[in-house]
Design a protein around this ligand. Structure first.
Ligand SMILES: [Zn+2]
Length: 353
């Protein structure tokens, strides 16, 4: 017998799964916005001894991006890696068939990386080179983590992920960056001695845990915008302590480089956005198109006003980079490796004359 379950962080609220036949389930995906519905995280359990086929019909609250919602990811409980599952899509609806082995697993539009995954990752990291602090608490009592590695007197590099809670790619990238920096690799050893690295691996823990796509809650903040922008552009906006804590930390850190990690569902393009074309060129020199995963860089020159990076450009002369890294043709290990490449490329491009 198959069961679809949603009683975990990141899953849609209760009452959105309907069993239409023994092996056929209709799921109503949740989004707090009308436009961006790019998140689905459900659990599937098979309590039989042998694999059982399941058919899922996923109904989305919007038709925007419908053509991109045909590639999903499946991870059985004992597997460390996600496997892509390709289904079919029509406006507002995706359908998928797959075989569920005995036991349970997670089925997601983008591989799940929850608050619990971050806590377990950080808990397992034991290194004399790492300092882990909390710089505040979210509205629902979740810790805001800051990981620091390197020489506090060196050039300061700040990395942030999960401004947008559905974009799990950034979390996997940061694992790859931190793993590399704590390693015995000669570049990592040199960078630890010469430079200062700060990671804010999850700037929107409430949104991640509560299944949001873009904001921290239905009336909460867009963490990729300034407090002023949220006050003037979000109808019904309620002050978010996390947003204010993040901006307090940006003030304190005054980074030389600010790398803000995002994602989307595009298949064949990675996007890189910087305020200056020479920064783009230098970075791409060290990190060319990842053609092995079907990707070509789309370059955007923009100082990104109203965003955290734009704020730091204006106040501290920070060099900003915003990266959008979609999953298509990548898995978790490849995303960690992509993170490592981003980190080494920004290190190397920063020391070029
Ligand atoms: Zn984003």
């Amino acid at each position: 017998m198959l069961h679809v379950f949603t009683n975990f962080d990141g899953a849609p609220p209760e009452g959105r799964v309907l069993r239409n036949a023994t092996n056929f389930f209709a799921v109503k995906a949740f989004s707090e916005t009308d436009s961006e519905a790019l998140r689905l995280e459900i659990g599937i359990e098979n309590d039989a001894d042998s694999p059982t086929p399941i058919e899922l019909e996923i109904n989305w609250p919007s038709t925007q991006f419908s053509d991109l919602r045909d590639c999903f990811y499946w991870k059985p409980e004992r597997s460390r890696e996600w496997t892509p599952v390709v289904g079919q899509t029509i406006p507002g609806r995706s359908t998928v068939k797959l075989d569920i082995p005995s036991g349970w697993g997670l089925f997601c539009l983008q591989p799940r990386y929850g608050v619990d995954d971050l806590e377990q990752y950080v808990f397992r990291l034991k290194s004399e080179f790492l300092v882990c602090d909390s710089f505040g608490e979210s509205e629902y009592g979740r810790q805001l983590l800051l990981l620091r590695i390197g020489n506090p007197d060196g050039k300061r590099f700040l990395f942030t992920a999960r401004n947008h809670p559905d974009e799990s790619a950034g979390s996997f990238c940061i694992e790859g960056m931190v793993n590399f920096l704590l390693s015995a690799d000669p570049l990592a050893q040199w960078a630890r001695r010469e430079m200062s690295f700060q990671f804010m691996p999850m700037t929107n823990p409430d949104g991640v845990a509560d299944g949001m796509s873009r904001y921290s809650s239905p009336t909460g903040a867009d963490m990729n915008r300034t407090p002023d922008w949220n006050r003037t552009h979000r109808p019904g906006y309620q002050e978010d302590p996390v947003l204010n804590a993040c901006f307090g930390l940006y003030e304190q850190l005054q980074p030389h480089y600010f790398i803000n990690l995002h994602s989307n569902l595009l298949r064949f393009e990675d996007t890189i956005c910087a305020a200056d074309v020479s920064v783009l060129d230098r970075f791409i020199h060290f990190m060319p198109d990842q053609t092995e995963y079907g990707k070509t860089w789309t370059r955007v020159v923009d100082s990104m006003p109203d965003t955290p990076t734009g704020y730091c450009v204006e106040k501290f002369g920070t060099i900003p980079l915003l990266l959008k890294l979609p999953w298509f043709m990548r898995n978790a290990e490849i995303m960690r490796e992509t993170g490592r490449k981003i980190l080494t490329s920004i290190i190397l491009s920063s020391v070029q004359p």
